[in-house]
Design a protein around this ligand. Structure first.
Ligand code: DX5
Ligand code: ZN
Length: 229
């Protein structure tokens, strides 16, 4: 799987989201939208009406990261609205297999998110049901936090689980504290989809920042144990 960059709009100007989307057009594979409900995480951002408005304007596919309680009830609407990828959290879902199938049936890629302390092994048998695993590299809820190195062994173990599974096409996304230094660590460990909020949108030129991140990740991937052996 080629490196993909998903800039997080959480660090963008919420007052001018259309312009902020355009600022990374051509340099980003996805626009990462963080939906927070002040129940699953102690922060509140935006919901379906704003995502629908974004989908009507954005030229880049939308990657919805739902940090919400009861995704079984709410997530399918994001897929039905046209989000290309919808990720719900394992810790919040009541019936993850049923939910992943509903997302796929609605035309989206189904993502399963894991907080830093949630083991991936518990979900190994579910891999055929999902299109992406999202490993949080910060505790979810806020942008601008420091990358948690303690998650790196889990990224490696996840890549090990995925290696040699030609029957699967599961992307491995990391989210939180990704910058030009930590993206190399994450890519080396096995990640292939990189969410970056502050390091893209706090840069003077977000598109250039996204391109630089991609170059770093591609170089690290080319030399990584999991891509060379
Ligand atoms: C945090 C969100 C992230 C956040 C990342 O809970 O899921 O997507 O925007 O922001 P940075 O890249 O600043 O850590
Ligand atoms: Zn996110």
């Amino acid at each position: 799987m080629a490196v993909q960059i998903s800039p997080s709009l959480l660090a963008a100007d919420f007052g001018d989201l259309t312009t902020e989307c355009a600022r990374v057009a051509g340099a980003a594979d996805w626009l990462h939208v963080d939906v927070m409900d002040n129940h699953f995480v102690p922060n509140l951002t935006l919901g379906l009406p704003v995502v629908e408005a974004l989908l009507a304007k954005a030229t880049t596919p939308v990657d919805c990261h739902l940090m919400i309680a009861d995704p079984d009830r709410w997530a399918p609407a994001y897929a039905e609205a046209g989000a290309g990828s919808v990720t719900f959290h394992a810790e919040a879902a009541h019936a993850p297999v049923r939910l992943a199938r509903a997302l796929r049936a609605a035309g989206a890629r189904a993502g399963l998110g894991l907080k830093p302390a949630t083991p991936v092994e518990a979900y190994a048998d579910l891999l055929p049901e999902v299109d992406m695993l999202l490993l949080m590299t910060v505790e979810p809820g806020f942008g601008g936090q420091e990358f948690l190195e303690v998650v790196v062994p889990k990224i490696r173990r996840t890549r090990e689980l995925l290696r040699g599974r030609d029957d699967l096409d599961v992307w491995l996304q990391v989210d939180g504290g990704i910058d030009e230094r930590t993206i190399e660590i994450a890519a080396d460990a096995g990640a292939d989809v990189f969410v970056a909020g502050s390091s893209v949108y706090r840069a003077e030129d977000p598109a250039e920042a996204a391109r630089r991140l991609r170059a770093r990740a591609e170089a690290a991937t080319a030399a990584a144990w999991w891509s060379t052996t």
